[in-house]
Write a protein that binds this ligand. Structure first.
Ligand code: SAM
Length: 293
C-alpha cells in the first residue's frame, strides 16, 4: 500500500537509493528511469495483450513494469542478485512478471521458454548489456527457441553492424545471420543522458521483425558454420575458408562455387544472404555425397 500513488520510476529511484545499490559498470548497468520513455519503448516493441515477452537484464524492473501492462506475461533474466530487493519493490503488485536470476549466456533459452510458454511465439524486449550485445543476439537467433520479434537497445555501432547491407564496410557474420531471419528496423537514436549513469556511447533502439517468407537453408547449423567461416578471415577467399573449415579440396571448393555461378576468387563478405543460403545447401549435398562414398 505504501507505494500507492507513486509512479514506477520514482519507486525505482527510491528503491535503488534505499537498498544502497551501486552500479556495476562491467555488467553494463546503465538504467533508464524515465517512465514516459520506457512506455515509448514498450509501445515501439509492438508487444500485444495476449503475448509472452522475454526480457534480458531487467535491472530495477522499470521496463519490466511497463511491458507487463502491455502483454500477458513477462519473463526476465537478470544476472545480478543485488537487484532482488529493488525488483521486489518496483514490481510489487505486478502479477504477470517473473524474474529469474540467471546469466542469459548460460541459460538454455529453448528449454526455459518451452517450459514457461509451451508452443508459443515469444517476443523479446531488452535494454541490453552492451558488453555482450552480439553474443546475446546470436544466442537468440540460434538457440532453437520459438522467438518472434526482438526489440533491443544497443550501442549505435552495434546497430549499424547488425543492419549493415552487402557492400557496406560493417557487413559481418552477425548481419548475415540476423538478416537471414529478420528485417532490421531502426526505431530511434538515444543519447547517453537518457541513462543512469550515462554510457560513453550513443545508443539505438532497433526492432528485428521476423521474416516469414525468406529462403530457408536445409541445414541451419551448417549455414551458421558457413557464415562464421566466410567471415573468419575476411581478406581470404571463400575457397580458402572452405578448404580450411570443411575439409574439402581446393578443386571441390571451386567446383562448388562455380555450381552457384560464383567467381572462384570471391570473398565471403561479398555474398548476399540468399547466395550463402543456397551455397550452404550445395555444400551440404557435397559433404553428404562424400560421406556416402
Ligand atoms: N532493463 C533495465 C533498464 O532498461 O534500465 C536495465 C538495463 S541495463 C543496460 C542491463 C542489465 O542487464 C543490467 O541489469 C545487468 O545487471 C543485466 N545483465 C548483465 N549481464 C547479464 C547477463 N549475462 N545475463 C542477464 N542479465 C545481465
Amino acid at each position: 500500500m505504501q507505494n500507492q500513488g507513486i509512479s514506477p520510476g520514482l519507486r525505482a529511484r527510491i528503491a535503488l537509493e534505499k537498498h544502497g545499490f551501486s552500479f556495476t559498470h562491467s555488467l553494463g548497468q546503465n538504467f533508464i528511469l524515465d517512465d514516459d520513455f520506457l512506455e515509448e519503448i514498450a509501445l515501439e516493441s509492438g508487444v500485444g495483450e495476449g503475448e509472452a515477452v522475454l526480457e534480458i537484464g531487467p535491472g530495477p524492473g522499470l521496463l519490466t513494469h511497463h511491458l507487463a501492462s502491455h502483454c500477458r506475461q513477462v519473463l526476465a533474466l537478470e544476472i545480478d542478485r543485488k537487484l532482488e530487493p529493488v525488483l521486489n519493490e518496483v514490481l510489487e503488485g505486478v502479477n504477470n512478471a517473473e524474474i529469474i536470476f540467471e546469466d542469459v549466456m548460460k541459460c538454455d533459452l529453448s528449454v526455459l521458454l518451452e517450459e514457461r510458454f509451451p508452443g508459443e511465439n515469444v517476443q523479446v524486449v531488452a535494454n541490453l548489456p552492451y558488453y555482450i550485445t552480439a553474443d546475446v543476439i546470436e544466442r537468440l537467433l540460434t538457440c532453437g527457441a520459438n522467438i518472434g520479434n526482438i526489440t533491443v537497445m544497443v550501442q549505435k555501432e552495434a546497430a549499424e553492424r547488425i543492419g549493415a547491407q552487402l557492400g557496406n564496410k560493417n557487413y559481418c557474420a552477425l548481419a548475415m545471420l540476423t538478416q537471414y531471419y529478420y528485417d532490421v528496423e531502426e526505431l530511434m537514436d538515444v543519447s547517453p543522458d537518457r541513462f543512469s549513469p550515462p554510457p560513453h556511447v550513443m545508443s539505438r533502439l532497433i526492432r528485428l521483425n521476423r521474416r516469414m517468407d525468406g529462403l530457408r537453408a536445409k541445414d541451419e547449423k551448417l549455414l551458421l558454420r558457413l557464415i562464421r567461416s566466410a567471415f573468419r578471415m575476411r581478406r581470404k577467399t571463400l575457397v580458402n575458408n572452405l578448404t580450411g573449415d570443411f575439409g574439402v579440396s581446393r578443386e571441390q571448393a571451386e567446383k562448388l562455387l562455380m555450381s552457384q555461378n560464383l567467381d572462384v576468387r570471391i570473398r565471403g563478405e561479398a555474398l548476399s544472404v540468399k547466395q550463402i543460403t543456397r551455397l550452404s545447401d550445395a555444400l551440404g549435398e557435397m559433404l553428404q555425397s562424400r560421406a556416402n562414398a
